[in-house]
Write a protein that binds this ligand. Structure first.
Ligand code: CP
Ligand code: NVA
Length: 302
């Protein structure tokens, strides 16, 4: 049987995402009460990283342990992948030795090929194109603070990167509005746009009336050569206090982290009262535990 994978946000239906959120609530609640929950005892997660990470590694590794299982960390540099072993061969071998695999890599095509040769579910832990685990945590965090995201307005300010592309899929799936403002030359690729999003030249206009304002680094991993140029081009796309004032009074601020204060976000915003970035980061743990449970054991209730 072909395994289910989570390579893009839209790989799951809205009902499946709602199921993950319900399980997240349940798993998080038990965890906060120090109640043992070991549905993945004797199961193993392999984590393959081709780029650095703090949150993704911590949350998957800690999450797998907390579910009773084990996690193995592989970095390109010290595995045969770094010496040119075909991803299809690596997937064949690794997937015979574990129950689920998380991959952080460069092009989406790499993880698609890996998943095509894997016997077990593969999770996208970030590619150049998508970061579905991040938006799983972000939507959950929004709903935890403010209730259903359906019909709300999210403002994306900055680069049209992997996180932005994933918000686009989430907007369509959950039926909320996504206002996007990127500097000229950094617009979203037209085939990614959908009827739930609107593009704005002026970031202040994009933020106006939003329920959630969110951004990310100006230079994503793998694009470091463009750093200086991007610093110049993105100057006017900083989320600052003025921009937060344009949003609704009760608007939240999110950032997937790591953040650069004084670049994409002002310190007074990320460290201010509307910011929920620490809850957002913590929820990576809880949402991904629900994701691991679902991919390895299917739909549980309890
Ligand atoms: N947000 C996120 O994925 O962080 P890491 O790069 O630290 O994993
Ligand atoms: N867009 C960023 C996200 C980091 C978690 C990157 O890809 O580097």
């Amino acid at each position: 049987m072909t395994p289910r994978h989570f390579l893009q946000f839209r790989d799951f239906t809205r009902e499946e995402h709602e199921h993950l959120f319900a399980r997240t609530r349940w798993i998080k609640d038990r965890f906060k009460r120090y109640e043992r929950y070991w549905p993945l005892e004797d199961r193993t997660l392999a984590m393959i990283f081709e780029k650095p990470s703090t949150r993704t590694r911590m949350s998957f590794e800690a999450g797998m342990h907390q579910l009773g299982g084990a996690a193995i960390y592989l970095y390109t540099r010290d595995s045969q992948l770094g010496r040119g072993e075909p991803v299809e061969d690596a997937a064949q071998v690794i997937s015979r030795m574990c129950d689920v695999i998380m991959v952080r890599t460069f092009e989406q095509d790499i993880i698609d090929r890996f998943a095509g040769s894997s016997r077990v579910p593969v999770i996208n832990g970030l590619t150049n194109e998508y970061h579905p685990c991040q938006i799983l945590a972000d939507v959950y965090t929004y709903q935890e603070h403010r209730g259903p995201i359906r019909g709300r307005t999210v403002a994306w300010i900055g680069d049209s990167n992997n996180v932005c592309n994933t918000w686009l899929q989430a907007a369509q799936l959950f039926d909320f509005k996504l206002n996007i403002s990127t500097p000229p030359g950094y617009e979203v690729e037209s085939e990614r746009l959908n009827s739930n999003c609107e593009s704005f030249r002026d970031p202040m206009t994009a933020a106006r009336g939003a329920d959630l304002v969110t951004t990310d680094v100006w230079t994503s991993m793998g694009f470091e050569a463009e750093n200086e140029e991007r610093r110049r081009d993105f100057q006017d796309w900083q989320v600052d206090a003025d921009m937060m004032r344009a949003a609704k009074k009760e608007a939240l601020f999110m950032h997937c982290l790591p953040a650069h204060r004084g670049e994409e976000v002002a310190a007074e915003v990320i460290d201010g009262p509307q910011s929920v970035v620490w809850d957002e980061a913590e929820n990576r743990l809880h949402t991904q535990k629900a994701l691991l449970e679902f991919l390895v054991l299917g739909k549980l209730s309890g």
